[in-house]
Structure formats: C-alpha cells, structure tokens
Design a protein. Structure first.
Lengths: 259, 259
DNA sequence: TATACAGACCTGTATATACATGCTACCATG
DNA sequence: CATGGTAGCATGTATATACAGGTCTGTATA
C-alpha cells in the first residue's frame, strides 16, 4: 500500500530511532518495558508488521530484549554494550589462548603543552599513564602504553588490570563515541623490545588509538605488537615490500553505526 | 494464516538453512547469484515476505549480499581482508572474482594551500585527481578517490586504469618507501553512497592512505568500502552503538615489515 | 483454600497484496 | 551506429489479516 513515508528513511527506521531516543534520553530506563507493538502501531499509525520489524531489529542489535507473551524491554547497558574495541584479552581468549597481563607502570604524569592541547585540558593538570604488557600463553604479544583523561576515569590509578583490561574499563564508564586508529611500523625502542622479548631488528606494528567518549578525548593508546608474533593467519603469501613499506595483512573489520 | 510448518522450526529458518547448505556444500559458489525471492517462493511454496525475511537475515549475517534490482549473491568467505598495499584488483582475483573498474573522474585540480603543504609543492601548481569505482563481479566494493603528485607520475592523466590500477602504476614508477593508513568509518556522503550502490544509512569503512616514494608524498587516497559488502565477521552480533559511535568489531590484524 | 480456566494481551510466524525503485537487456528511432 | 525508451525482473517497504502460542490475572469451581 505504501501510503506514507515517501521520505528516504523507512518507517521502521523511524520507529527504531524513536525507541532509541527514548532509551538514550532515559525516558525509557534499563529493564523497563517499551510500548507494545500494538501501542506503537497506534502511535505511528502503521501496521503491526512494520513495528514488528523495527523492534525485531532492535532486538537483534541488542538494544531490547523481547519476551513472547510479555513484552519488550530495554536491554541492560551490559547487554547493549558488550563494548569492545575488541580488546586484546578477548582476542586471545577467542583463539583459545590464555591471557594475562603485567602492569609495568601506573602513574600520574604532568601534562605537556602538546598533550594538554590534545586532551583539551588546562596545562596545569596531569593525566594518567599506564604501561601494560599483555601475554598470550606467557608470550608477550602487546605492549599497551596508555594515557587516560582523568576527567573520564578519575579512579584509573586504583583499578585492577589483572581481571579487566583498560579498554573494558573505558567502555564501561561511558559509551564510546568514536575510535580512530593509525597504523604504522617501527623498529621498537629498546625498552619496548625488551618488554616484548623481541630480537633486535625485528619491527613492531604500532597501533595508535584515540578513544572519544562524552564528547571529549578519553584516552590515547599506543599498542606495540611484535611483527612476527602478532596474529597472522599464516596463509598470506609474503610479498616483497619496498623499503620502509608497511603491510596490512589481516585487514580491519569495522562496523560503524550512527543514529 | 499459518497454513504450514507446525514444526518447531519456522519456515524462514528452513529457507535460510537450505541456502546455507547450498553455500557450504559449494553448490552455490562465492559470488554466485542465489535464487531470487520469487524462485524461492515457488520452490518452497511460501509467500515472498517469508523468503524476504530469510534472505534479509542471511544478509545481516554476512552470508549473502543483496543488490536491489539485481539479485542476492553469495558473500565471499571474506577471511581477513588483506588491505595492504596489494591493490584491490589482486584481492578480488585472489578470491576468484572478476574485477573491473570504472573511472568516474580524472582531472587536474588546483592545489589548495593545505594540500600544497601536505604534498610539499609550490602553491601555484596543481595535482591530479581521480575517482574510480572498483567492482567485484559487478558489485561495487571500493571507491578510490586519489590525489597524485604530478612530480611522481607526470603522465597520470593519460593512463589506462582499466587494465592496471593506480596502485600498480604508483608502485612501478618508483619504489614505495612508506605507506601510512588511517582507518575509520563514516556514513558516506550521498555521492559515494550512490556510486557504491549502498542503501541509505549503511556505513562505509574508509581507509586513508598516504604513499611516499622518492622521499616525497606521491599520492594520497581515500578508499571507501561498503560496510555490508566488506565482510564483517558474520557471527558478531550487530551491536547498537550510541549516537555517533563507532565500533570496531573485528579488531585490527596487521603485520608490518620494513627493510 | 487450592485449582482450573477463560480472557486479555503480548510476541512469533505466515500470507496475499501493493507500490516503489534499481538495474538490465533489448528494441526502435534517429 | 549510437541513443534513448521501455518492459521485465529483482529487491525494498508497507499494509491488513490471520492464527499460534506464551504469560498473566481474575474469576469460577472443586
């Protein structure tokens, strides 16, 4: 019939957004029941199938939980944000490996003018700094050097990083808005090389990561990975790179969504 | 009406399984077209809506790729996408697909002051600009927007990009010294969306690439990839990001090499 | 008091239908 | 020979309807 919505945004999308708005603005709280399909049908003057699709997709996306015969409920933030920037611990566990980490450094450091500008903090303040080595089956696979905005995670220094990674903490304190990565490769500085137990001359893959939450930069991280030990599905035929060349073998799988 | 299927497994599930069986047993090969909704309707004697739901879910799960007006196709196994310097044509051929490209734009553009600084060229000069759509089995999979330093490739405008990609030319004129990537994801601007034949609202994975050769920046490129056609690890439950939020579901696997 | 049961309400599935829009292949016209 | 129109087919969205089955509550019954 297609009576309405000649606009480019489908009706079921509009309904999804409406419900998500309610959730994000806290008019619908965690665990609360959202309007039934019938109610939304009346509210939007659309057919139930259309509402059904909207809510079903929200359910697939983990924002609501549907219970036949009862209703649909706002998913708890934990369910809604199994948040990750896919942290290293998950990666390792997903491969069936054993993850453990060692905190090499955890401190408060004065904010240089450059860093102050990056974090948009007054120059007098300090920020948190941590260096953590992640190991898979006792083999170091990542050195995580991280700077954290104290406004984002005030109790960062008292966190226990043996059970939960910094990424996970970050994801929990506030919804992550944006992440940006820059990939490059370096011959690691000696300290990094030693901490990762790497042979001299072997390159590191470095991921620079910026994490934004609450409209400000929450954290930056520099993640060093031993070139030889880092993942590698193995089957990629080695190419002949030119001098200084960088290769992305694994690829990046990213899903992004805005609303 | 619910005429049939008193069994506990819904009809749309049965259809999904049927298609997945065909795929997993290689009766339907990667990139091949699966039966249209209409055909499946006749085959299973169900309504088109039921088939539509089955195929739509397979699409969400990353097993098939739907193209309005054309059909649905078996998604490439899409193990980690080798996004390195190897250009898209090689990638596609490596998967057994057919690559072709369409030059949307090829021109000489004046150099803005910002770009002049980036390319380290005198402000009066111009540089080359190209927009090329790469397709795998006729499905657009990458939009390559590239700026090329005229000092690096003076005859760029007269090159034939149907047989050789821009990446390949770049690699041939001078040994590549360094490459840097920035990965992020965006909702594509309308023009990009149309060229990639993407639905409204679907995100793009964007790779920004800088290529250095002969001690200068030879080229920059912005590579847009349709989020849905660009793999995304099937079984990662689609997540529900907050407003403007970006999420990395797959993680980044990178190997770097220098010599 | 405890149980059984009937409605009411909710989601789940399925159908038949309709119109919109994207794309392709082919054919007619210049 | 090129070019433009169109028919046909594919998916996308939306509706109205129907029935199935789960869950809850209140009421009637044993």
């Amino acid at each position: 019939m297609q009576k309405k919505s000649r606009s480019p945004v489908p009706l079921y999308e509009a309904i999804k957004r409406h419900v998500l708005d309610q959730i994000d603005s806290d008019r619908l709280k965690s665990g609360e029941r959202i309007p039934s399909e019938h109610e939304l049908t009346k509210l939007f003057k659309v057919s139930r199938m259309t509402v059904n699709r909207a809510i079903r997709e929200l359910s697939v996306e983990g924002r609501v939980v549907r219970v036949a015969g009862v209703g649909s409920f706002v998913a708890t933030p934990a369910q809604a944000h199994p948040l990750e920037l896919r942290n290293i611990a998950d990666d390792i566990r997903a491969r069936g490996g054993h993850h453990d980490s060692r905190v090499v450094e955890l401190s408060e450091v004065p904010l240089g003018s450059e860093a102050a500008r990056t974090f948009d903090l007054p120059p007098g303040r300090s920020m948190f700094h941590s260096v953590i080595v992640h190991a898979e089956n006792s083999l170091p696979v990542q050195l995580e050097e991280r700077y954290v905005n104290p406004q984002a995670v005030p109790d960062y220094l008292s966190l226990d990083f043996t059970k939960t990674t910094a990424s996970e903490y970050l994801a929990h304190v506030a919804p992550i808005q944006e992440v940006e990565h820059v990939v490059h490769a370096v011959i690691p500085p000696p300290r990094v090389r030693r901490l990762l137990k790497m042979p001299v001359g072997e390159p590191c893959l470095v991921l620079l990561r910026w994490v934004w939450a609450r409209d400000s930069l929450a954290s930056t991280a520099r993640l060093y990975h031993p070139g030889s030990r880092y993942r590698l599905g193995g089957r990629f035929a080695p190419m002949a790179p030119s001098r200084g060349q960088l290769r992305l073998v694994g690829g990046t799988h990213v899903q992004a969504k805005t609303r």
